[in-house]
Design a protein around this ligand. Structure first.
Ligand code: SAH
Ligand code: SF4
Length: 438
């Protein structure tokens, strides 16, 4: 979502004449779009700000140039004034719900007065209504935010505090944005939300729709070839959404559905409000709907109170599911969340050991899954040139990155390839068909 938000910030600043500049030393404005989900991510912000201070100072000393520094995203939202206190060279602090106001904030900066501006409100207006159209070309696979915020309050998580309450965009604004992306060459859309399957927006027929219905509708857009959505919560996997997996060919057979832990005791303490059996049942239903669906997930190890037996339950669950890929993290204490006050914190070394064995298991599952793809023919969406000359990089329906030889004119097209070799993190293939590339 931060990638999407960064693109939208670029769009909002374009009317002021700003363009993306890959050269930090040459930039007139530097925007750090930040993540607060784990401690490590937020710590990085302050070390990065130290580096940017020097860039700003050098531009002022050597070129008499005023470089504006903006901190955006969830660290901005959570830390607010603390940022300008610890890093007074920051000019603007703007939260994830107010970045549409960036142009106004920039206009209000006064280089003589050296004023600093902080906007971390949760405003009544909807930022999407104020942002310009997606301007820059987004490429063959693009993101589209449909839902933001979260009302679930898992006891470890900062999202409900930094991104605010659940909000769903209307179907019309989503479909309009989809059409516009498609007209600029996008062929695959990933619908985004902190809890994307909790999306429940006004439909174009005046009724309230769920995500399943939205997917059926988007699938009607002829030049849109592939649809994905992320991230989902097990409690919001409703019948229509599961049916969409059975009936909508454009919906890719790959689902990121985090559970966090395989222990019911820990799931309860996390306030996930479902059991591991509930989760397995959902996966069964999904596999009945779409036999070849591949699963991905998120896991947290070392949640307060997690015993060896609880951790063993997580490994058992992973064995039962068989993941094509997954993300895993050590529990990170986040200020203001209920779990951070718990006394039974798990020692760091135990967390590290558990993370290592969990990742070994997940890596071996991923490798095995990739190996089963050898000699299979896939339709892949070509996204870009690969590093090596003459090579292209594409994605399989299962999100695997695949490399093969082909002409640049295939970028943005769907082609058939046969997988020749599978590795831990990518596949090699031979193109077998491109006359009918679409
Ligand atoms: N809404 C999604 C997850 C969004 S946060 C869901 O409910 O599944 C993305 C991932 O970050 C989470 O799935 C979780 O695995 C991880 N995460 C969130 N807070 C964390 C914390 N305090 N410590 C470690 N990992 C965390
Ligand atoms: Fe965080 Fe996801 Fe839980 Fe919401 S549902 S509180 S985003 S982990």
């Amino acid at each position: 979502m931060n990638v999407y938000d960064s693109d939208r910030m670029k769009d909002s600043l374009a009317p002021l004449g700003y363009q993306e500049n890959p050269d930090l030393q040459d930039a007139d404005m530097i925007v750090l779009n930040t993540c607060h989900i784990r401690e490590k991510a937020s710590e990085k912000v302050f070390s990065e700000l130290g580096r940017l201070r020097k860039v700003k100072q050098r531009a002022a000393d050597e070129q008499n140039r005023d470089v504006k520094i903006v901190v955006a995203g969830c660290v901005a939202q959570a830390e607010g004034e603390e940022i300008t206190r610890r890093a007074p060279w920051v000019d603007i602090v703007v939260g994830p719900q107010t970045y549409h106001r960036l142009p106004d904030l920039v206009a209000k900066l006064d280089p003589i007065e050296r004023n600093r501006l902080i906007d971390t409100e949760f405003p009544a207006e909807v930022k999407f209504d104020f942002l310009p159209e997606q301007l820059g070309k987004r490429g063959p696979a693009a993101f589209l935010s449909v839902q933001e915020g979260c009302d679930k309050f898992c006891s470890f998580c900062v999202v409900p505090y930094t991104r605010g309450a659940e909000f769903s965009r209307t179907a019309k604004t989503i479909i309009d944005e989809a059409k516009q992306l498609i007209s600029s060459g996008t062929r695959e859309l990933t619908l985004l939300g902190q809890n994307v399957n909790a999306w429940h927006g006004d439909g174009i027929d005046g009724r309230e729709w769920g995500l399943g219905r939205l997917i059926y509708e988007l699938a009607e857009l002829p030049d849109l070839k592939r649809i994905r959505y992320t991230t989902s919560h097990p409690l919001d996997m409703d019948d229509e959404l599961i049916r969409a997996h059975a009936e909508v060919d454009k919906l890719m057979p790959y689902l990121h559905l985090p559970i966090q832990s395989g222990s019911d005791k820990i799931l309860h303490a996390m306030n996930r409000r479902h059991t591991s059996a509930d989760y397995l049942k959902i996966i069964d239903r999904l596999r009945t709907a779409r036999e070849d669906i591949a699963m991905s997930g998120d896991f947290i190890v070392g949640f307060p109170g997690e015993t060896d037996a609880d951790f063993a339950d997580t490994l058992k669950l992973i064995d039962k599911v068989g993941y094509a890929s997954a993300y895993s993290f050590k529990y990170s204490m986040r200020p203001g969340t209920p779990a951070s006050d718990k006394t039974e914190q798990v020692p760091e070394q135990v967390k590290s050991d558990r993370l290592m064995s969990l990742q070994q298991l997940l890596d071996s599952q991923q490798f095995r899954f990739n190996k089963t793809c050898e000699n299979t023919v896939f339709d892949v969406l070509v996204e870009q040139k690969a590093g090596r000359a003459g090579q292209l990089n594409a994605r399989t329906p299962y999100m695997q990155s695949v490399y093969f030889e082909g002409h640049d004119s295939l970028i943005g097209k769907i082609v058939k390839v046969k997988i020749s070799d599978a590795r831990q993190n990518s596949l090699s293939a031979d193109i077998i068909h491109h006359k009918e590339a679409v």
